[in-house]
Design a protein around this ligand. Sequence first.
Ligand code: RB5
Length: 147
Amino acid sequence: MKIVIGNDHSAVELREVITAHLKERGIEVEEVGTFSHESSNYPEWGEMVARKVVAGEADLGIAICGTGVGISIACNKVKGIRAVVCSEPYSARMSREHNNANVLCFGARVVGTELAKMIVDTWLDSEFLGGRHQTRVDMITRIESEG
Ligand code: RB5
């Protein structure tokens, strides 16, 4: 399992914490930045994460900004990405089981480090259930392909 992780300036520390946590779980991690506290544009980092996931360079992605909102919107503009913003574990679990989410986003200004780790663990430990959920995900893919 390989995860690509990216963030804007608001989430440098949280990305470091999450990266260390993933490595402790034995997961390979690619960090795309930013590594700087200087103000930067979250779409840039979200796009990098998303493009690596759709290219198959990583199995899943994690993208963090101040709220998780902007970076998730950016990720979702890349075809094939189903990015979700989760501030608690229940949505994280459902986003895998029902929506087959392939990028997890959250806000460094919203969740603390322990909650963020719990969200990440729940997301990674949950699997897509398929069946009627596949039908719905296929409908999303159709909407995406029709532009
Ligand atoms: C940066 O100030 C902030 O706008 C960004 O991190 C994010 O929260 C956007 O959605």
